[in-house]
Design a binder for this molecule. Structure first.
Ligand SMILES: Nc1ncnc2c1ncn2[C@@H]1O[C@H](COP(=O)(O)OP(=O)(O)OP(=O)(O)O)[C@@H](O)[C@H]1O
Ligand SMILES: [Mg+2]
Length: 162
């Protein structure tokens, strides 16, 4: 195990297997879908529309979730793909549903083995990946989340591969 240390004290780490473990809290897929809808509704994103579709990419069935909310920059994408980071606050009486910093991870990994997040925000375009297939292929012993940001509008979407 690649243990990092902070002042000599080991950091707790997360095994890639936890992605599946964590998803099992959703006993049926509809609560997983609800996590993604809640995120688009919450005041930090405040989407007005939300689209769910299915498509085939290289003979793989994929689910797509798209909203027209505020999008993400590099820092918020990193938090989205990490665990336990949630700093949502009410805006003008719009009270957030999310509070644990876990719903995207548990929901997306319940619906698919791999998720790619495409986002456009004021600061630019950003792509992030939470992929069990990738982590298995590279033999990762911790959860690595590739993120590429280019730099400017307001759209977020997910593609989930199974
Ligand atoms: N569609 C989206 N557009 C922009 N940002 C998003 C979107 N979905 C999630 N996020 C960001 O990713 C973070 C993590 O989402 P996640 O659902 O894992 O946790 P949460 O909503 O904060 O809490 P909870 O676990 O209670 O759902 C959110 O706090 C939000 O900042
Ligand atoms: Mg959430």
């Amino acid at each position: 195990m690649a243990a990092q240390a902070s002042g000599g004290v080991p950091l707790s780490t997360l095994s890639p297997k936890y992605l599946h473990t964590n998803s099992t809290s959703h006993t049926w897929p509809f609560s997983a879908i609800a996590e993604l809808i809640d995120n688009a509704y919450d005041p930090d994103v405040s989407a007005k529309q939300f689209w769910i579709d299915k498509t085939m990419i290289k003979e793989k069935l994929c689910l797509t979730f798209m909203d027209n909310g505020n999008g993400l920059d590099h820092e918020t994408m990193h938090k989205m793909l990490s665990f336990g980071y949630s700093d949502k606050t009410a805006i003008k009486g719009h009270v957030p549903i999310g509070m644990y910093g876990n719903g995207f991870k548990s929901g997306s990994m319940r619906l698919g083995k791999d998720a790619i997040v495409f986002s456009r925000s004021k600061s630019g375009m950003c792509i992030g990946m939470l992929s069990q297939t990738y982590l298995e292929k590279i033999g990762a012993n911790q959860i690595q989340v590739p993120i590429v940001c280019i730099t400017e509008r307001n759209l977020s979407s997910y593609i989930l591969f199974n």
